[in-house]
Design a protein around this ligand. Structure first.
Ligand SMILES: *Cc1c(COP(=O)(O)O)cnc(C)c1O
Length: 409
């Protein structure tokens, strides 16, 4: 087949996630390098004209041109597929190009999509402003209401698309329940798993058909490269591969090499970030200037039980509302000296965002209100700094000093 795994098999087929993270997918060259090699080449050499013909005809496995495949990219795909428990994985240049490729590989004019109302902003734009021009219609559905998904189904509905936890309010969508509905109606279920990563949540095991990633977030985790991926059964990913190799937004070998290293420490990072996030969420919840905290790991989260069933930890994203409205939220953000004011998330460095005026700034005031995004809302992506240091930085704006958060973790 076109895009078969290139890595030799591991000695056992039941290796644990920690082992797969550093071992899965590696293919060594005849030079015998220990670490994964980075293949910076745009094309590949054939032994003779017959081999070139066979590769072009898909009659023989092998590399042809870097828009089609690259050994470093293939190692990243194989490692992510192993961590995800997916039959295959196809990488893309960014999270958005992965979502675009998934949609254009599996949808056509006349098809309909039901998508959750808690999606990343560019994904909403893609469905509403770009795919709509290709004759693909999308209905936005209340993410946590199973009956709303059911009511949105039309005869031409082909795809359910969701994120969980949602951004920035960390609402949880029940993947297993939605997968039963999707399956019973012959609809493909795709989960954008960027917030949890396979280290905390495995959508395919919960019944989803596809899990899609912005690898830019936790998979890299260190704010260095863009990347994306689509994981699932091979017939599904093969279609995505055919789209990508023709349309072109493939992942660069350099980015794939960086992401391979990211996967090695993914579980260690995101579990530590989840611990830090829980400590900060508890600190914020007890803070007199904080009106409300949104974090799936808190017992006060309305879907805490579902989050505990579906995820192995709460993740690194904590949102909270300060008392005093938008001006007060900006004051808290501006007082930070350690935490970075940036819209990116999933980084080892803690970042802070004011969703109402940035990521959700293009929505009308009414649409924002309907989505529950108030002017006093602040989103934190918690990194690996010591929680007391993060709390001290937040306390510059909201008050409360060092010592209010436990030193030990
Ligand atoms: C960032 C993000 C995307 C888009 O990914 P890019 O790599 O920026 O293209 C998609 N989904 C989610 C949940 C994201 O956070």
């Amino acid at each position: 087949m076109l895009h078969a795994p290139i890595a030799p098999p591991l000695p056992d087929d039941d290796l644990r996630a920690e082992t797969l993270a550093v071992r899965a997918g590696q293919a060594r060259s005849p030079f015998g390098e220990h670490a994964e090699a980075m293949y910076l080449t745009s094309s590949f050499v054939f032994e003779n004209a017959a081999q070139a013909a066979a590769r072009f005809a898909d009659a023989e496995e092998g590399n042809v041109y870097a828009r089609f495949s690259n050994p470093t990219t293939r190692m990243f795909e194989a490692r992510l597929a192993a961590l995800e428990g997916a039959e295959d994985c196809i990488a893309a240049a960014s999270g958005m190009s992965a979502i675009l490729a998934l949609c254009l590989a599996h949808l056509k004019a006349g098809d309909h999509v039901a998508a959750s109302n808690g999606l990343f902003g560019a994904t909403v734009q893609l469905f509403n402003n770009i795919l709509s021009r290709c004759g693909i219609a999308t209905t936005m559905v209340e993410a946590t209401d199973l009956s709303a998904w059911s009511a949105a189904i039309r005869p031409e509905t082909r795809l359910f698309f969701l994120e969980t936890p949602t951004n920035p309010l960390t609402r949880i969508v029940d993947i297993a329940a939605l997968s039963r509905l999707a399956r019973s109606r012959g609809i493909l279920l795709a989960v954008d798993n960027s917030f949890c990563s396979p280290a905390l949540q495995k959508p395919l095991q919960l019944g989803a058909d596809v899990s899609v990633y912005s690898a830019t977030k936790y998979l890299d985790g260190q704010g260095r490269v863009l990347g994306g991926a689509v994981c699932g059964a091979k017939p599904l990913t093969d279609e995505v591969f055919r789209f990508l190799r023709t349309a072109g937004p493939t992942l660069s070998a350099f980015n794939a090499w960086v992401l391979l290293k990211g996967l090695e420490t993914l579980k260690l990072r995101i579990e530590a970030q989840s611990k830090n996030a829980l400590a900060l969420a508890q600190w914020l919840e007890a803070h007199e200037k904080v009106a409300r905290v949104y974090y799936p790991g808190l017992a006060s989260h309305p879907q805490h039980a579902l989050a505990q069933r579906q995820q192995t930890a709460g993740g690194g994203i904590v949102s909270f509302e300060v008392k005093g409205g938008g001006a007060e939220a900006w004051r808290v953000i501006d007082a930070c000296r350690l935490i970075s004011i940036t819209a990116n998330l999933g980084d080892v460095k803690t970042t802070i965002t004011h969703p109402a005026s940035t990521t959700h700034g293009r929505l009308s005031q009414e649409a924002r209100a309907a989505a529950g995004i108030s002017d006093s809302l602040i989103r934190l992506s918690v990194g690996l700094e010591a929680p007391p240091d993060i709390a001290r930085d937040l306390a510059r704006g909201i008050g409360g000093g060092r010592g209010q958060i436990a030193e030990g973790r």
